[in-house]
Design a protein around this ligand. Structure first.
Ligand SMILES: *[C@@H]1O[C@H](CO)[C@@H](O)[C@H](O)[C@H]1NC(C)=O
Ligand SMILES: *[C@@H]1O[C@H](CO)[C@@H](O)[C@H](O)[C@H]1NC(C)=O
Ligand SMILES: *[C@@H]1O[C@H](CO)[C@@H](O)[C@H](O)[C@H]1NC(C)=O
Ligand SMILES: *[C@@H]1O[C@H](CO)[C@@H](O)[C@H](O)[C@H]1NC(C)=O
Length: 727
């Protein structure tokens, strides 16, 4: 489970890893597109011909710049990606663009349009999804010509793909790129370095199409083969070129048949690469939500986000503020939720409430007539009492600022009896509190509390840990980790492994009896958990040379979670002979379920074998791939038989009870090199007891280690060799 924390923080912080991921995607594109149909064999400049009469319908917008619609009342089509017209990124990192396709199209047209939409999902975080009442959406219809607005408008926005002339793969991509906010390539602010415009050859009324725009080029080079580049003769009045490449006048321009790597890179840079500041830490979220609030008369006094009532706000878990255990060993905590939340907000709250049940014995449930319960309401800011108070107790999640998964978990942890990490009794061994730089009226937030720590270590990645600059009066840190002042502090966006362990210890939840013993994320069964690929735990090869691995998926996942799991399962098919498929009556199969954490057996076990992907923490592409690789027979990279030539294991700095995770295994390495970027490689600080590295690459100690967000090339080669995919 430690793995998760690592993966998550990497997703949030590791831009280089993300770029590599995108590069991998880009490398895969040619193989994915297959043969182009004859129909596709045209350039996007065809748009110009098709658009001679574009936008002339009565209710159609003004079309400028070839194929860009100008919103009425706003005589200006400026690049707007700088904020206002980007489509929203959802908390899961994907950008959903709802669409409606008009019924004017034939089935064949629709399949071309859908293939165009799907092509974005294969290479980026953009997901075109059927419109289901969302406020903003694109409406694809056959008006006169091919055109689109630039970027997201308000409400429904037309993307016109005229049946006769626009329904081609590259034009679909081109218009959708406009709708995502991208300009023509020849408009780029730096275009004069790359093309010369021959105004004397341009149809006079069309010269505006060559106006330069102050585009955000996202650090990508000017690209003649962008699907957004028009051809050499675009808008020509005399069959002479209107654009000539510089310096090589003969370079091919504007002939793209599909998005190329730069188009893809731009989408990813604009939408998909994690912006660290976008994922705020829980403390920053709380701070923003709670600052300047004036509590109403009936609201409690707050110490930051902890409500102080007359009775007692101390840590109370040892004398009476725990919630009660029922006879089935579970802790049922009744709740009511005020009726002022939107359905989306309710969904976030519900996800927070539910997140406790997959990894602990806490069960939040709608109150019947229980005496003690939490009342979730939008009051002034985000706050909660610590522990059970008796009768109704408010957990305030203000609509304006508290509706984040981490914040919901954080406040519920207070209600369960937990304080902030930085107030722990042992905090002075782990952080230096920089009193001089804390706002004077906020110093009380750093008062130490005589907490019960349940034998868990101080955890910088606890969702209860505030970040380095919390309550600073001058922008300088208020907390500095000891001894390594560079470790990440309070950047968690959900409960950490230690948060979960603490709940389980405080409430004496024990793992369900039918769950296997775990070595980190590898399930150990009675039989054998050794690498077994040489004697019987491979999955079988069918007569067509493919390895079919049956699976079932428990029905407790949301559709978004199912999509992540499915993407992980499917990712093996494009790079190997492994085919995960839905079980019918096969004897041996994997059963994907949300149990306590992320884990898998190594290799085929016989009959059903669990691959646990807990809803709370395991639903990431890399984690899904990682656990499936275990199920296929692979161990962690750092346990490889030859690892001592490639990493130095720093035994002295590994937590004592975690050392077994570094036991070497007599692995079969399929002749592949040790790979720091394997998705099976843990990161540098895994299982550290003191913030110092536990693994150091040899000989270059600065090499990136375990920062992968998906299977590496070597992971893929290994699967292919182990399962003899190429024989
Ligand atoms: C793709 O085109 C090549 C060359 O024209 C042809 O040999 C091949 O069969 C085509 N493949 C498909 C899937 O149509
Ligand atoms: C592109 O260039 C044309 C002329 O070059 C300019 O008028 C337009 O605003 C630019 N923007 C777009 C969307 O292409
Ligand atoms: C606290 O702030 C002062 C400036 O006001 C700065 O000189 C000092 O280095 C800060 N202390 C720490 C430990 O960052
Ligand atoms: C291990 O931790 C100690 C501090 O406890 C530190 O001095 C030492 O440099 C660390 N070892 C390595 C190799 O990082």
């Amino acid at each position: 489970m430690y793995f998760l924390v690592v993966v998550i923080s990497l997703l949030l912080s590791s831009v280089p890893a993300q770029s590599r991921t995108i590069q991998d995607l880009i490398d895969k594109i040619p193989g994915k597109t297959g043969n182009l149909t004859e129909k596709d064999d045209i350039s996007v400049s065809t748009i110009i011909e098709t658009n001679k009469h574009a936008g002339l319908g009565l209710d159609e917008p003004l079309i400028m710049f070839g194929d860009i619609a100008v919103p009425s009342g706003l005589q200006n089509a400026d690049p707007c990606t700088a904020r206002g017209c980007k489509w929203d990124r959802s908390r899961d990192g994907l950008v959903y663009v709802p669409y409606i396709i008009s019924n004017q199209y034939s089935p064949q047209d629709i399949s071309v349009i859908k293939r165009g939409m799907q092509s974005f999902a294969e290479v980026s975080c953009i997901r075109f999804v059927p419109h289901q009442g969302q406020r903003n959406f694109i409406h694809i219809k056959s008006n006169s010509g091919c055109y689109s607005y630039l970027g997201r408008q308000r409400g429904g926005q037309v993307v016109s793909l005229q049946r006769n002339g626009c329904v081609y793969h590259q034009i679909v991509q081109h218009e959708l790129l406009h709708a995502l906010g991208f300009h023509h390539e020849q408009n780029r602010s730096d275009r004069d370095k790359h093309i010369r415009i021959l105004y004397q050859n341009i149809i006079p009324e069309q010269q505006h199409n060559f106006r330069k725009v102050d585009t955000n080029n996202l650090g990508t080079p000017y690209d003649y083969n962008s699907v957004m580049h028009y051809s050499r003769y675009a808008f020509s009045m005399n069959n002479e070129p209107t654009m000539i490449p510089i310096p090589n006048a003969n370079a091919v321009i504007g002939e793209a048949r599909q998005m190329n790597s730069n188009d893809i890179l731009r989408i990813n840079r604009l939408y998909c690469i994690e912006d660290k500041s976008a994922e705020l830490s829980v403390s920053e979220l709380l701070h923003r939500a709670n600052r300047g609030n004036v509590p109403e008369a009936d609201e409690p006094k707050l110490m930051d986000d902890i409500a102080v009532n007359e009775k007692n706000a101390d840590p109370c878990t040892s004398y009476g503020c725990l919630w009660s255990k029922y006879s089935d060993g579970k802790i049922y905590v009744p709740y009511v939720i005020a009726n002022h939340y939107s359905s989306r907000e309710l969904e976030i709250i519900q996800r927070g409430l539910d997140s406790f049940s997959s990894s602990t014995c806490i069960r939040f449930f709608p109150r019947g007539n229980e005496r003690d319960y939490i009342s979730i309401e939008s009051r002034s800011g985000c706050y909660s009492y610590v522990g059970r108070q008796g009768y109704a107790q408010t957990v305030s999640l203000a609509r304006n600022g508290c509706l984040y998964h981490s914040t919901v978990q954080h406040e519920l942890l207070h209600a369960l009896g937990f304080n902030h990490e930085q107030t722990r009794s042992d905090r002075d061994n782990h952080i230096q509190v920089v009193w001089e730089n804390i706002s004077d009226d906020m110093k009380y937030n750093f008062n130490k509390i005589n907490t019960l720590n349940q034998g868990t270590p101080y955890d910088y990645s606890s969702v209860m840990q505030y970040e380095r600059y919390a309550f600073s009066k001058n922008g300088l840190p208020t907390m500095i980790p000891i001894p390594n002042n560079n470790v990440a502090l309070g950047t968690s966006t959900q409960m950490s492994q230690n948060d979960i362990i603490r709940i389980n210890r405080l409430y004496q939840c024990f793992p369900e009896a039918d769950e296997p013993k775990l070595m980190d994320d590898i399930a150990v069964n009675e039989k054998n958990a050794d690498p077994c690929t040489s004697y019987g735990c491979l999955w079988s090869k069918y007569s067509d040379g493919k390895i079919y691995v049956p699976y079932v998926i428990a029905n407790h996942y949301s559709s978004r979670e199912l999509e992540i799991i499915q993407r992980g399962l499917d990712s093996f098919a494009s790079v190997s002979c492994i085919r995960f498929f839905r079980r019918t009556n096969e004897r041996d199969y994997i059963s994907i379920e949300s149990r306590s954490g992320c884990y898998s057996y190594v290799g085929r076990q016989g009959y059903a074998q669990t691959v646990s992907l807990a809803r709370n923490g395991c639903l990431y592409h890399s984690t899904v791939q990682h656990e499936l690789l275990h199920a296929l027979g692979f161990n962690h990279e750092q346990t490889r038989s030859d690892r001592d030539n490639h990493i130095q294991v720093v035994w002295e700095n590994i937590s004592d009870d975690m050392k077994y995770n570094f036991n070497k295994i007599n692995t079969l390495n399929q002749g592949t090199p040790y790979d720091y970027s394997s998705v099976m490689q843990y990161e540098r600080y895994a299982f550290s007891k003191n913030g110092y590295p536990t693994m150091i690459p040899i000989p270059n100690s600065n090499a990136a280690l375990g920062t992968s967000t998906q299977m590496s090339q070597n992971d893929i080669i290994r699967i292919n060799r182990l399962y003899q995919c190429c024989e």
